[in-house]
Ligand binder design. Structure first.
Ligand SMILES: *Cc1c(COP(=O)(O)O)cnc(C)c1O
Length: 455
């Protein structure tokens, strides 16, 4: 049986994405887990469960790792842009902007969250394969760079932006035809993708954009997928993008930005071994330097868009253990007080997670159990097989690496309110997203007058 506790794998303080737990994880004098100087079971008692906990030290170290790697390995200008879909809130926007980063958004909601959180519009990129007019106008008014994904974007903007007004900065996204080994749903760089222009179309688009007064093409973008453990695909991506930039310049576009997207993987289970932030940035930087030298082009401003690798490891989710069902010879189910509404990744992507008991992380495992959620789906399982000490009802269980694509993908399925998020740092905990209340679930329901008589 698995006996290693998550934080015993050795902590890579420089590259949090390589760890299973936040970098501030430690044990108190009674062997209970602490993160950010706060005891996890105490947070659960105080703020209730399920609870998302985010460790500020890990968030800031992840930002620092990207910044330092670019400073070390890339002699030109650079900008790291946080893909806010991984975890979007006022606090995250504000923290990211205080680290000097930009922000990626894909909707009016994410855009407003960035602006309200203090990110200036000229550091925001609007993505999306089906942007609404409302989203395009909001972006234009706030000086946001718009990443053109398809002809529809060009057509809508041509109509929406009067030609006498100053042009909007745009980047052009294309699918570079690069395959990488990750889950099919989060692969985006191969040709059969809903995102971006086909490479074949680029020449025509560059030609067409020359006559668009509303547009200033400042960069080229590609994003090849998520949770990628290999460095090769990003390395291969660079010369393909350099060629696209060269072509754009031949058509007279003032392109300076090369945006290689995000995708660096993180460790969810012991056997995962993602590259460090530094090695990812180094490989890409070296590829850019070499590709641009050999084409006699000046170094571009290098942009990247990490989401998962900036936030995943900073987050843990706390649940309270409830019902137990033992099917002799088959399986023991332990039910948690959350599930697919706060973490839809296992049911969507068959994702794996690591967990332990908050107050007894080092106690030897006694049984193999399945951690089930409380939703009305048999597939609502957080961890299919995990070895744990015998967990009593009411004990707090910690699931690690839930900072990315958990809160942001959460739902009200089964009309279950969304959990709160607390930010922990140096022994302080602050609520940065409050818990939804059961009565708030009704906030959008309207009962037609004639139904009221039936009540
Ligand atoms: C999702 C996404 C990212 C971030 O991907 P991660 O794997 O979380 O780093 C970056 N850029 C674009 C365009 C995306 O859609």
């Amino acid at each position: 049986m698995e006996t290693r506790a998550p934080y015993e794998t050795g902590t890579d303080l420089l590259s949090p994405n390589r760890n299973l737990s936040p970098i501030s994880t430690e044990l108190d004098e009674n062997g209970r887990l602490m993160v950010g100087g706060c005891r996890l079971s105490e947070l659960a008692d105080h703020y209730g469960t399920p609870l998302y906990v985010l460790d500020e030290a890990t968030l800031r170290q992840s930002c620092f790792a990207y910044r330092q790697a670019f400073e070390r390995h890339y002699p030109g200008k650079f900008l790291t842009v946080y893909a806010s879909k991984a975890n979007s809130s006022l606090m995250m926007s504000c923290l990211i902007s205080s680290e000097g980063f930009g922000l990626d958004v894909v909707s009016a909601g994410e855009l407003i969250t960035g602006l309200e959180g203090g990110v200036s519009g000229d550091r925001i990129l609007l993505h999306g394969n089906n942007k609404s007019d409302q989203e395009l106008i909001l972006a234009y008014k706030n000086n946001v760079t718009i990443v053109i994904d398809n002809q529809h974007d060009i057509d809508r903007l041509s109509e929406l932006i009067p030609s006498e007004l100053p042009p909007v900065n745009i980047m052009l996204r294309f699918t570079p035809g690069i395959e990488c080994h990750t889950h099919e749903y989060i692969r985006t760089g191969h040709l059969d993708s809903k995102f971006g222009f086909d490479p074949e179309q680029l020449e025509n688009i560059f030609r067409q954009l020359r006559s668009c007064k509303w547009a200033k093409l400042i960069g080229i973008h590609a994003h090849i997928g998520s949770q990628i453990f290999e460095l090769g695909p990003h390395q291969d991506l660079v010369p393909v993008m350099a060629d696209a930039m060269l072509m754009a310049r031949k058509f007279g576009h003032p392109v300076q930005d090369l945006n290689i997207g995000g995708g660096l993987g993180i460790r969810y289970v012991h056997s995962d071994d993602p590259p460090s932030i530094e090695s990812w940035v180094k490989v890409i930087s070296e590829a850019v330097i070499s590709a641009f030298r050999s084409r006699n082009m000046p170094l571009p401003r290098l942009l990247c868009e990490p989401g998962r690798s900036l936030v995943a490891t900073a987050g843990v989710t706390l649940y309270r253990v409830g019902a137990r069902k033992n099917i002799p010879g088959i399986r023991t189910y332990l039910s948690l007080d959350g599930g697919m509404s706060d973490n839809p990744r296992p049911i969507t992507y068959q994702s794996l997670y690591t967990a332990c008991l908050a107050d007894r992380p080092l106690v030897k495992p006694e049984e193999r159990v399945t951690l089930a959620g409380k939703h009305c789906e048999s597939g609502d399982v957080i961890i299919k097989e995990i070895d744990l000490p015998y967990a009593s009802t009411g004990e707090i269980l910690v699931v690690f690496s839930t900072g990315a694509y958990n809160s942001s993908m959460s739902s009200n399925y089964n009309r279950i309110p969304r959990p709160a998020t607390v930010l922990v740092q140096a022994g302080h905990a602050e609520v940065v997203q409050r818990r939804e209340q059961p009565e708030e679930i009704l906030r959008y329901d309207l009962l037609p007058e004639r139904f009221k008589e039936l009540k």
